[in-house]
Structures are given as C-alpha cells and as structure tokens.
Design a protein around this ligand. Structure first.
Ligand code: XMP
Length: 516
C-alpha cells in the first residue's frame, strides 16, 4: 500500500537504529520506507524516492565482502544523506575520497562544531551535542565535496557535494542523544529533498480508506479482534472504509482480564456500531489446557484452539474473501542479518499467522507500513477512546502464561482479581501510561501466613512492572514504595486465597517480561 508518491527511501546496512531513522523522518510528516541495501538501482528508481538515506552499520567499507551500493546510486539525481557507515560509503565510493581506521574508536557524546550552516545545518547554533559511534572515518574529502562540520576527534564529521545533493554525517542524528538531530533530518527531507510534509494521521486515514475500498470492492472482510491497539485500529479503519461489510470476531477464551470482554462489546458494538460477534469459548480453551504445565505446550494449544474457534465462527458467515489483520511495519521489514545465524525460539508467539492459509483468505493489512506510535495517533484521529489507544500490551495467550503450572478456572479468577488491583493502583498513581506493562503473576507455590489468629497456607502472587520501548529489552520499574505497599495490602486483604506478594526485580535480558 503506497502512502506517498515520493517517499524517503532508507537503505539498511544493519544498523540498530534503522527503524529509528524511519520514524524520525515520519515525525516530519514525510513518509519513509526501509529496504535492505542490496536492492537494485532499477527497484530504487521504480519507487521514485524523493531522497535516499544510507543507514549506519557494523561493517568496514574497505573490508572484503562489505555491504556496498552501486556508485550509480549517486548519479540518479536524487538527494542522498549517509549516516555514519553511510557517510563512509560516500567517501569510499566517490573519486578521491579515503576512509581509514580511527586511531581511537569514538563512542558516546561529542560536541559538533558546524562550519557551514547553509542547508543541512540550517537554523542550528554553531555548536551542538551529538552522538558518535564509529571506528572508521573519512580521512580525505572526495572530489567536489566540502566539509560541513568537525569534532575534536573527527576533522571531517560532515561533508557535502551540493551540486549532486549528496550529504554525509558521521554522527547519529536519529538518536535522542543528538537533541537537535530532528532539525538536521527536517533540513534534509523538507529542505534539500523539497518535500512538503503533508503525510499526517489524517492523510494516512484518507489514503488507507481509499486503498481498502479499492482492494475489497463489494466483498466482505472478517477480522479477529483482540481488544489490543493494533487489531482495534485496524477494525476502525476497515469499518470507516466498508462499514457493514466488516464483521469482527472477538473470542473470549476465558484467559482475559476482568471486564475485558464487556469493554470490547461496549466500545465496538455500542459506540462504533460495528458488526461484532463475541464467541464465548472459555470451555474450549480450558478443556484443551487441562493439566498442561509446560509453557510451550500451553502456547501451542491456545494458538491451535484459537484457529479452530475462529474458523468455526467465520464459516457461519458464509463466503468471506478477506481476512483483516493488524500487522505492523516492524513485523514485515526485511532485516539485514548482521551477525548471521538463526536465533533460538524463546517463545512461540501466539498470532493468527496460520489462519489465512488454512482458510484460503486474502489478507488485508492496512497498518503494515505503520509503527506503533503512528497506530496510536491514527486511533486517536479515528475517535477511539484514550483508554484503548494507550492500552498496555497483553499477550495473545493471556493469563495462561501468567499462571505458572496448570491453568484452571479458579486460578484464572484469582489472578484476574489480583491483576485488577495492580492496574487500578497503577492508574491511580498515574503511572499506567508511563509503564510498558504492569500486571500480576500467579505462582505455583503456597506459603504460610497468619491472618487474625489463623494460620493460612495460600497462593503467592508476583507483581511485574517494566519500562521498555519495544518489548525487546526491558528494565524492571522502580515503582514507588507506597504504590507497592498499597498493591500488596489490597491483594492480601481483598483476595481470599493469596497471602503473599513479591515484586519481580529482573530485567530483560536475561529474564523475559512474561513469566512463561
Ligand atoms: P517476553 O515475555 O518475550 O514478551 O519478554 C515481550 C512482549 O511480547 C508480549 N508477548 C506476546 N504478545 N503474543 C503476543 O501477542 C504472545 O504470544 C506473546 N508473548 C509475549 C509480552 O506481553 C511483552 O509485551
């Protein structure tokens, strides 16, 4: 789905910051796409990019087998900005340029002295803070290039050939440690590439609605609604485009949090007036899970049961051609493997990936070019309630991966109550939107306690609260003591069956966010 006639094309050389570059460009209301560095010049031309950004990367341009681009890239009459490794590529591939190993690897904050504030550094002060991370540098300017900036360690920290509109920066303008980096990105995409900056949530919605109508025609779409941000925004976009020809299926698997199914019905059926089928399938799931303690087994059973139930329900609708799905851009970007080799499966994630094949349906994924923060903005623009747009992530297998050991209805009910208290207190302390996730976990052990004069022998609950930006890494949240105290008191006093509360102080890695 194209959202702009002339995107900014980001060529990825394996930098950990590539997605960040794409987001920084989009924050300037300019659409961007990411592709691996090895795509052909022909493919590049067919995208009609308004500008090209070469990402950083872990390689050395002069090493054997280093990822390169065809020098023809610089002859397309399309502006280019090379960042870090990208700038070294410009130096390496342009006549007269030279790239050498830096005597001392430069890593961390540096002060950039700007020598030329003509275009790339327009409206910036003479000195700015920037973030460096490199072991090589451009030691000699290629023919036709001028130097734009330097640091104490890098005599050439930025270069340009203004005639060909080719620019390079040695530092990372895309990270927060270059606080004015967004001005440099803006100067490139809006100034040098001449883009207007009219790619907004509103224009995205307009375009997405048009595309959906074109793709779907007079056919119908079915969507598995989970209540999470991605599937909810997908539902709203599809509904705006095709109204009653969208049917949402919400499966209550009995592993949801307190009041969750009711909330989804309220918002989607009553507020948005969508066709919504709520399937009460608690029994299917709990029967399948009976006596199963292995985390991987649980995940597989839930995934399978989900597909069975969904298929059964969708069949009742007769022939439906399309299956809507809330896939996001990070799931589809073809990444450039840097260190090679497959990584071990840590957890088999529950998703509906197996559905379209089995049901022979065509996928429709209006968010497949969007990042999470953009999805939230689109949701707001579509009038979705804030509590839904800002919802913390909740795993597909639900409470089953937060109940260690075998899952039973009683344990689900117990955990639902404890979880409710955690969220309630976190919200009261105005921390809900600041945390990536906060929830309770039910442990498979009992401990001794004393309540009044009575000895108790009851369950133990753990509280988990983490900060993270993408779920890939996470740090345990330093919750205020009084919030922890209130949560603990309330769980122990209000819930019969839990007599001890612990706080999980593990970060990811080496722990994971969910306990299973
Ligand atoms: P872990 O536990 O692997 O979780 O550190 C990382 C993030 O992913 C969420 N998660 C899931 N999300 N289906 C999902 O849609 C799943 O099967 C699943 N397992 C974990 C988890 O909540 C956290 O945000």
């Amino acid at each position: 789905m194209s959202h702009s006639q002339h995107p900014i094309l980001i060529l990825d050389f394996g930098s950990q910051y590539t997605q960040l570059i794409a987001r920084r460009v989009r924050e300037q209301n300019v659409f961007s796409v990411i592709h691996p560095y090895r795509i052909s010049l022909k493919e590049i031309k067919s995208m009609k990019p308004a500008g090209i950004i070469l990402s950083g990367g872990p390689s050395n341009v002069y090493a054997k087998g280093a990822p390169l681009v065809s020098p023809g890239l610089f002859e397309l009459d399309i502006p280019v900005l090379g960042i870090c490794y990208g700038m070294q590529l410009i130096g390496h591939l342009s006549e007269g340029g030279k790239v050498l190993k830096t005597e001392k690897r430069e890593y961390g904050p540096a002060v950039l002295s700007i020598d030329d504030r003509g275009d790339l550094f327009k409206s910036l002060p003479k000195k700015i803070n920037c973030w460096m991370s490199h072991g090589d540098h451009v030691s000699e300017l290629p023919k036709g290039f001028v130097k734009l900036a330097h640091t104490g360690n890098s005599p050439i920290a930025s270069l340009a050939d203004r005639e060909k509109r080719i620019y390079g920066i040695q530092f990372h303008a895309e990270v927060v440690h270059t606080p004015l980096g967004h001005v440099i990105i803006r100067n490139f995409v809006r100034g040098i590439c001449g883009l207007k900056g009219n790619w907004t949530p509103r224009s995205f919605i307009q375009q997405a609605v048009e595309n959906i109508r074109r793709q779907v025609g007079r056919e119908r779409v079915v969507l598995g609604l989970s209540g999470g941000v991605d599937s909810s925004v997908t539902a709203c976009l599809l509904h705006r485009a095709i109204g009653g020809r969208l049917t949402c299926i919400f499966i209550d698997n009995g592993l949801l949090r307190k009041n969750e199914a009711e909330r989804v019905e309220r918002v989607f059926r009553r507020h948005f007036k969508m066709k919504l089928r709520v399937v009460r399938a608690e029994k299917d799931f709990l029967d399948g899970l009976k006596g199963v303690a292995s985390p991987e087994q649980k995940r597989k059973i839930i995934g399978r049961t989900f597909i069975d139930v969904f298929e059964r329900e969708a069949h009742k609708l007769g022939k439906v051609k399309f299956l809507g799905q809330g896939t996001l851009y990070p799931d589809v970007i073809e990444s450039v493997p840097v260190h090679g080799g497959p990584t071990a499966t840590i957890k088999s994630h529950h998703n509906v990936g197996g559905l379209p094949k089995r049901m022979r349906m065509t996928l429709i994924e209006p968010l497949r070019m969007s990042f999470k923060d953009e999805v939230r903005k689109v949701g707001r623009e579509l009038g979705m309630p804030e509590e839904m747009v800002n919802r913390q992530p909740f795993p597909g297998p639900g409470l089953a991966v937060r109940i260690l050991g075998a899952v039973t209805k009683e344990r689900c009910d117990l955990l639902r109550e404890a979880d409710w208290i955690v969220i309630d207190e976190i919200k009261k302390a105005k921390l809900y939107n600041k945390l990536w996730q906060s929830f309770a976990v039910l442990l498979p052990i009992k401990s001794v306690g004393v309540q009044g004069d009575e000895r108790t022998y009851d369950n133990v609950a753990a509280i988990r609260a983490v900060n993270s930006t993408d779920g890939m890494t996470a740090d345990w949240a330093r919750l205020p003591e009084d919030v922890l105290a209130r949560i603990s008191n309330r769980i122990i006093n209000e819930i019969r069956g839990i007599n001890r509360v612990c706080y999980d102080i593990s970060s990811k890695p080496p722990a994971t966010i969910e306990w299973e």
